[in-house]
Design a protein around this ligand. Sequence first.
Ligand code: CMP
Length: 139
Amino acid sequence: AVERTLSMIKPDATNRNLTGKINAKFEEAGLRIVAQKRIHLSQAQAGAFYAEHAERPFYGELCEFMCSAPIIVQVLEGEGAILKNREVMGATNPANAADGTIRKDFALSVGENSVHGSDSPEAAAREISFYFSGLELVG
Ligand code: CMP
């Protein structure tokens, strides 16, 4: 089925001008960018987006990092987009990421790992609506 998934290009990647190279990997994999904007999260917004991780030891560091510089938030659309995006990103820890994936090629560490992608249809629906209204999704 055609799906939509929420993607973020994180501060480590925007700081290094990697937005275009990362978007090229999405497009080469058949994912269409149907919405995209550059924003700078506040601490409170980062905390709300990652609320499910509030009890994890890395939560504070994660929220600090995500509001340290601008990010790109985007909606990717395609056949099986949620899983396909996770394949293009590679494993969360770049040390475990397969060759050719975004995290293998660009990520610096498990925290500074260049991209985020929704991990389920439920997460995708919640995360897309966190950043975008229906009018902003142009398929
Ligand atoms: P993401 O897909 O954005 O979802 C939660 C993020 O937490 C994850 O990517 C990692 O970047 C980050 N994360 C996971 N484990 C750690 C860790 N041990 N230390 C720092 N950040 C982590």
